[in-house]
Design a protein around this ligand. Sequence first.
Ligand code: IDP
Ligand code: MG
Length: 154
Amino acid sequence: METTLVLLKPSCVQRQLIGQIVNRFERRGLLIVGMKMMQLDDAILREHYSHLVDRPFFPLLAQSMKASPIVAMAIRGVEAVQVVRGMTGFTNGRRADPGTIRGDYAMSNQQNIVHASDSPENAAIELARFFRPEEIFEYRHALTDFLYSQDEVI
Ligand code: IDP
Ligand code: MG
């Protein structure tokens, strides 16, 4: 099993889409193992978007991520990083495929509803950035045997 980080951005929280987006992960069969509302600040955003701090749009990105609380989620499943990235869609909502979260809810490159970790290595780093160890729970999905074949779950 893999665990990945999802952030429901202010564009999701303000548009009151939290329930719809959470529902997408649940109905796919992914397990929510951590979830909390947080107000982000510049320190955590400079770390989280360290690959973008020198880009001209970074001040606007930071402003948009501080515009309201966000919801941080730890989501678990087999190959969860890749599955959740696939559900998230292309960064720019205008170019994201219909059926993806951004392709169904976003018209913007920046106000694109969700963040999702892009590799297992980054997922581990990002989960540690947003959650204390005791905020991520170890429990088994009661329907595991009907979500996966026995040889898929290790
Ligand atoms: P990702 O969220 O699809 O992984 P990244 O390239 O890691 O995309 O960028 C992180 C976030 O920064 C994006 O989700 C988006 O909100 C914002 N962003 C990325 N590129 C641009 C841009 O060209 N203009 C404005 N915002 C951008
Ligand atoms: Mg990214």
